[in-house]
Design a binder for this molecule. Sequence first.
Ligand code: MG
Length: 457
Amino acid sequence: VNRRQFLSATTGALCASQSIRADASRPNIVLIYADDLGYGDLGCYGSRLRTPNIDRLAAEGARFTSFCSASSVCSPARAGLLTGRYPARVGVPGVYGPDDPGGLPVHEITLAQMLRAHGYRTGHVGKWHLGSRAPHLPNNFGFHFFYGLPYSHDMHPRSLMLNGEVIDQQAAAGQMTQRFTTEAVQFIERNVERPFFLYLPYTAPHVPLTVSPRFRKRSPFGAYGDTMEEFDWGVGEVARTIDEAGLGPNTLFLITSDNGPWYQGRSGSLKGRKGESYEGGFRVPMIARMPGRIPAGLVQNGFASALDLLPTIGSLTGAPLPPAKLDGVDITPMLTGEAVQVDRPPFLYFDYYNLQCARIGSHKLHLTRYNTRAWSPVPAAGKMNLPLPRPELYDMDDDPGEAYDLGETQTELVADLRAQVESHLIEFPAHIDWIYRETMARAVEPTDPGALPIVKN
Ligand code: MG
């Protein structure tokens, strides 16, 4: 290569990179996904835990107060997030264990595949939990780069992987946030010259609640507080890398969680926790920052869900959407503050293949419920999903704590909402509607609203 050829090639590369950097139509996407972070666990959502970096990002962008995950547990929530489709529809109804041979079906198209086909560099750093064996690992679903765990960090062996190869057979649980943050920062630094998608599903604050030495015993709120402070530090490092590279205005920065809090942590004033279809299981924080596009300090009270992120990112980037039936809708007008709500079909709360609740407008309808508590220490041999003696109805604007059932008096509204849900369910794979109808045909004893249903003997 002579000097002239070199200069010519370099100039060409510079021009190309400048045109990409100036290409606001393909903003970078940074999606930070916390694990079991409750609705009430961030400072900007009313917590006393110290999360100054996340609070600052919320102040610089939008904070959603009525944003639901696609599930109240890990694997299905991730399937919904990455496909824009209900996990029950996709076929990821429950959580994968380390020995499960299955995973996200290979024909599903993820956010990473959508953006990669649109010229993005795609990286996954953190916890996958959509299958731990080929062909279900992230590199098969559109990620150029994968560094992280195949499943939760309370599962064993805790195998840290790099692009499908195990690089640490028994990674220290307390090092996860440090390692993921380092890799995330390096991924951004490697890709500042082109559009990129960084998916960063941290293991925090899921159990085990262990942190690196510098964060030990720092919080007045115990191990959970320490874990949250380190998580907040990691978010801050990633945001600082984006901002120092001058990428802030051209980066959609998202922070949300897969489900509500488990044994520790707080769901705010919401009812229920991880593994339940009350709001405390499904409703999670969601922060979106993109200076110039998303107004600073916006508090968005309209309903939205994690299923909406794929179609919304498609809209913001111009990436063609996957051809499969999507359950999410484009919420760009809610991000920009132009609208409080967009048209959407009923939002359905599934546990496994069981439809339990639906959100329509400001109302939430409870139709079925398990006859046992989630995570009951007593072996639930007779665990069944049962219909409620009559549907319960809650007004989510006036009563987000699902404390005051209106179903007894608002019978016409209940019948109308139920009909909407049932006609929507017909469009699902046949077994889902079949399971619902089978459940609704079961006989139950009369019980009070809010009680666990009891099968009639
Ligand atoms: Mg989780």
